[in-house]
Design a protein around this ligand. Structure first.
Ligand code: TXE
Length: 501
């Protein structure tokens, strides 16, 4: 067996708040639990309404002073590239912190999540150098110029399932377009956000431009979402929380983007490349311990390959290496929290009433005294009305269904309150085109697991979200557009008030 990564990096005794360039503690402490041994890993010092207000005021002040918002483009780019470089330099540490905190395999944190965080900063640094403005000359005697300005103060509320990859996207975009921000990581997973904010400070972002507040959703998150001096709010998390945040922000007419849950269909046709589709299905449901919004959690199989596919899938699922996420060979680690473990397991209770057959898993992993280890699970559902086909489980839990015709597959795929991703595996160009025209999801992958192209919008239809994230979508969200009309010719004006009284 390969050696467990040494605990060679430090975990802070308490995760503090970063407000106006100062690390600030508070008396209310919340524990952060290690999902492997269920012990307290560290604590967060919760920011109350007053501290959230201070953070917003610091962001506002720096924004108005222009220390970042008016910095020249090349200087801003240099800082963003420096952040990316620092993330790369500290990649081992960041991956270790992430893995310790949420239980995702270290190999996945180091191989995908942390490099993605660095790439987010590089991508937006490069993107802003290509920004363009529009000018309209069609109206005689006028030149109308459209320019973009930073919008102001951005509230960035992050999730726990892939904190560094997802929260860095928000910070990178907000900063790139010249904004100040207040970041609130999930109370479950603050470690990489705290470390990343230190690196952001070290890279030369002026004090007060990036602030961080730790705490629960109901105290810190709610104070931030309802703050009247926030200009935009970007959130990734659950649909129920998304509704609460949008309502709170709506009272102040604060625009929001919401990246919410999913119940994505992974549709596999008889003519698919069997081995690739099998690899893709396993990756889509078991990566990141199944805790990902983009999971292909409904696997729809055409009848001709269904039996062979399920057999192979079950076999590979049984072979998955479950264990300590710091071990290099681990493919599936523990779920992030006890509460989440219980929620995932609760779906097993729905199977009998819905006529579903448990194929593999469905229980706590044996062989672990401690830790939120859940057996990778697959069930066969008789139809799409089963609870496990409708609700986002957000764990290593796949629900198979069978179909005969492409139309049946599209109907099942679209029979969902969500619409984040779709996956289709086929060798038929016509079937791929039909999927493109029919599947109602914000992103569709043909013959591939998720590929996140940052230039292209990411986000969902229906209850999977509001708005999109990408270069252009973030530019639109994190900036205000201004149209300035210049008079260029001789235009006589109507003369009011010259008539007889
Ligand atoms: O996340 P929440 P939870 C889904 C998944 C999961 C479910 C619930 O199905 O089981 O959501 O997860 C902050 N005002 N996803 O409850 O509540 C909170 O502190 C302001 C999908 O753990 O959505 C945290 O920082 N903020 C997903 C953030 O919101 C509030 C990722 C996310 O927490 C708040 C995670 C409030 N009233 C879960 N309440 C994805 N889309 O990838 C909470 N928060």
């Amino acid at each position: 067996m390969l050696a467990r990564a040494k605990p060679e990096f430090a975990i802070p005794e308490v995760c503090r708040n970063f407000v106006n360039g100062q690390w600030v503690i508070s008396s209310v402490r919340l524990p952060v639990i290690n999902p492997v041994d269920e012990q307290v890993l560290t604590e967060i010092a919760e920011a109350d309404t007053g501290l959230v207000d201070e953070a917003v005021r610091a962001a506002r002040l720096t924004f108005e002073q222009g220390v970042w918002s008016k910095l020249g483009l090349e200087d801003r780019q240099k800082v963003l590239f420096r952040i990316a470089d620092l993330i790369d330099e500290h990649a081992d540490e960041l991956a270790w912190l992430e893995s310790m905190n949420i239980g995702s395999p270290l190999s996945q944190c180091r191989g995908r999540h942390v490099p993605r965080a660095a790439y987010n900063f590089r991508f937006f640094a490069e993107y802003i150098s290509q920004s363009r403005s529009d000018a309209y000359t069609q109206l005689e005697n006028y030149l109308s110029v459209v320019t973009r300005e930073p919008v102001g103060v951005a509230a960035l509320i992050g999730p726990w399932n892939a904190p560094i990859a997802l929260t860095s996207m928000k910070i990178a975009a907000a900063l790139a377009f010249g904004n100040s921000c207040v970041v609130k990581p999930s109370e479950i997973s603050p470690l990489t956000a705290v470390r990343m904010v230190e690196l952001i400070r070290d890279s030369g972002v002026p004090d007060g431009v990036v602030n961080l507040v730790n705490g629960s959703g109901t105290v810190t998150g709610a104070a931030l979402a309802s703050h009247p001096d926030i200009d935009v709010l970007s959130f990734t998390g659950g649909t129920t929380t998304g509704r609460a945040i949008m309502s709170a922000a709506g009272k102040n007419l604060t625009p929001v983007t919401l990246e919410l849950g999913g119940k994505s269909a992974n549709i596999i046709f008889d003519d698919a490349d069997f081995d690739r589709a099998l690899d893709g299905a396993l990756i889509s449901i078991f990566s990141n311990n199944g805790q990902q919004c983009l999971a292909g959690s409904r696997i729809l199989l055409q009848e001709g390959i269904a039996e062979k596919f399920m057999d192979a899938f079950i076999q590979r699922t049984r072979n998955l290496k479950i264990g300590d996420p710091l071990l290099p060979e681990t493919e599936v680690g523990p779920l992030a929290t006890k509460q989440h473990f219980e929620r995932v397991h609760s779906f097993v209770d729905t199977l009998e009433a819905d006529g579903c057959k448990l194929l593999v898993g469905g229980k706590r992993c044996s062989g672990f005294d401690k830790g939120f280890y859940y057996e990778p699970t697959a069930v066969l559902a008789p139809d799409n009305s089963a609870v496990v086909c409708q609700e986002e489980i957000f764990g290593p839990f796949a629900a198979f269904q069978l179909f005969k015709t492409p139309q049946e597959a599209w109907d099942i795929a679209n029979d969902s309150k969500f619409g984040l991703l779709g996956y289709v595996w086929t060798s038929s160009y016509a079937t791929a085109m039909a999927a493109h025209e029919t599947v109602k999801s914000g992103v569709l992958c043909i013959n591939s697991p998720i590929i996140r192209e940052l230039r292209a919008p990411f986000g969902g239809y229906k209850e999977s979200g509001v708005g999109r994230e990408s270069g252009a979508a973030c530019e639109a969200f994190y900036s205000e557009v201004k149209t300035t009309a210049f008079l260029t010719g001789d235009v006589p004006l109507r003369k009011l008030g010259l008539g007889e009284a």
